[in-house]
Design a protein around this ligand. Structure first.
Ligand SMILES: Cc1cc2nc3c(=O)[nH]c(=O)nc-3n(C[C@H](O)[C@H](O)[C@H](O)COP(=O)(O)OP(=O)(O)OC[C@H]3O[C@@H](n4cnc5c(N)ncnc54)[C@H](O)[C@@H]3O)c2cc1C
Length: 443
């Protein structure tokens, strides 16, 4: 490991996060503006970092812990997603989310561990984040989608997981739209308002965790028997560091080039009026993912808004342009109109993007990356359930504990390295383009 690690990129404002905008304004941020000392510093206030900081505090109640976040907690990717805590296999590079039986079983075990942990915190503290244990629908638009659903169902059968089939009329009864040809319902998925969850998790951390926001770490150096983290207006000296920066780790000195910052985008409608709600029909709240992972995710919210997500873009410099956002918004509009022709006057109020951290082989980084530095990086598109588990488990590992899930993560493959840029840029972008093109009607 290099003796000094430098962050090359910091989170940028990638559109307007509708989940965040629909919350009341937050309390002012506490920033790093002088010198502080802690036993532990967790870097990154996303799902992984919030779990890691909490678990460290639970297991080491006498330790002092800092959680540092470059932006506001809840405004970045962990508060920008579609809010699915997915328990079942969800490999978005596969055509039907499934992998091998062993890999699928291991994923389910890990993801359920993460979901159970967060659910118990939400319940214990009464976090107001619209947590729902209502399951999800996988819906198909055409024959190709129906074939992908069948393949997914066979994968679920092989690992002994429950599901239910819905025909065209049954899924229309739920969603109000006749757009889908059929669907498969899986009961174990939970959904949330992600920005509200992240804010609530930060607000209910144990008393030995101090949260700093709007405080980007610029470098981590070695001091005498401790790490020295440099910020624009101060520093933190800490015995140990836990890195939970997900995609941002891709530009952070010393990491392999197998971490792929791939953006995906979402839009949220304004609140529908009573007339629009009655034209739509269906049930008040549902969550649907596309049969083809490259298709469109849709949620109808209890607040009478609809959230749509689609489109991927490889952005190794970790920023998206106004043109990227405009393209995403126009794709969202098209997907929305095809599904909800009865809602043609319902505007998309906010559109935003956020970086996933993918890898060519579904690998991730977990463990110790040097003296006093630990990491849990690489959500592979499923950072809510996987990140909550990985954050909890990295804390356990860093405190010397071992268990089956820690071993599972230590033994998972590392992200496979890619050719150097610009060859990798062209290859990854072309692969995404082909997958999106073939997803066709599912978009
Ligand atoms: C539109 C969209 C929809 C999605 N839908 C889903 C979904 O339904 N379910 C699901 O599981 N996943 C979904 N995802 C992915 C999910 O949001 C991520 O997997 C998840 O956020 C990963 O959590 P994390 O904590 O590992 O990383 P992040 O959420 O990326 O958190 C990393 C944090 O590190 C901070 N950071 C970076 N550099 C520094 C620095 N130098 N100093 C201090 N802080 C720093 C960042 O600001 C960021 O807050 C979606 C993503 C998007 C964009």
């Amino acid at each position: 490991m290099a003796s000094k690690l430098e962050f090359a990129r910091f989170p940028a404002p990638d559109g307007v996060n509708g989940w965040w905008e629909s919350l009341p304004p937050p309390a002012p941020a506490l920033t790093v503006s002088s010198e502080h000392r802690f036993d532990w510093v967790v870097i990154g206030g996303g799902m992984t970092g919030l779990s890691a900081a909490r678990r460290l505090a639970e297991l080491a109640p006498g330790a002092s812990i800092a959680l540092v976040e470059a932006d506001r907690i809840g405004r970045t990717t962990a508060g920008r997603n579609s809010g699915f805590f997915v328990d079942l296999p969800h490999d978005i590079s596969s055509e039907s989310y499934s992998r091998s039986v062993d890999a699928d079983k291991a994923d389910v075990r890990l993801q359920r561990h993460g979901i159970d942990y967060v659910r118990s915190i939400v319940r214990q503290h009464g976090i107001d984040c619209d947590w729902r244990d209502d399951g999800k629908f996988h819906a198909a638009v055409n024959k190709k989608g129906q074939a992908a659903l069948l393949h997914f169902a066979q994968g679920l059968d092989r690992i002994g997981e429950r599901f239910e089939w819905l025909d065209e009329a049954a899924i229309e009864k739920v969603t109000g739209t006749g757009f889908y040809r059929g669907a498969l319902f899986t009961p174990g998925c939970s959904t949330v308002q992600p920005a509200a969850l992240m804010r609530g998790l930060a607000a209910t951390l144990p008393a030995n965790v101090k949260v700093f926001e709007m405080s980007a770490v610029k470098a981590i150096g070695d001091g005498r028997e401790a790490k020295v983290l440099t910020f624009e207006r101060g520093k933190i000296v800490a015995k140990r560091v836990v890195l939970c920066t997900n995609a941002y780790a891709a530009t952070f000195g010393g990491h392999p080039n197998g971490l792929l910052p791939v953006y995906t985008f979402a839009s949220l409608t304004r609140v529908m009026n009573a007339d629009e709600v009655s034209k739509l029909g269906g049930t008040r709240s549902w969550a649907l993912i596309p049969a083809d992972p490259m298709g469109t995710t849709v949620r109808r919210l209890i607040t009478d808004r609809i959230c749509v997500r689609n489109h991927f873009a490889f952005r190794p410099n970790l920023e998206v342009s106004q043109a990227d956002l405009a393209k995403a918004k126009s794709l969202h509009r098209r997907s929305f109109d095809r599904r909800f022709p009865m809602l043609e006057n319902v505007e998309l109020e906010c559109t935003w993007g956020g970086p996933l951290c993918l890898s060519a082989n579904n690998g991730a980084l977990f463990g110790q990356r040097g003296d006093g530095v630990f990491e849990a990086v690489g959500c592979n598109g499923l950072g809510l359930s996987r990140g909550s588990a990985a954050g909890k488990l990295i804390a356990e590992y860093a405190l010397g504990q071992s268990n089956d899930l820690v071993l599972q993560l230590l033994n998972q493959p590392h992200p496979r390295s890619l050719p150097a840029r610009p060859i990798a840029d062209v290859a990854v972008s072309a692969a995404i383009w082909v997958k999106e093109f073939t997803a066709g009607a599912e978009l």
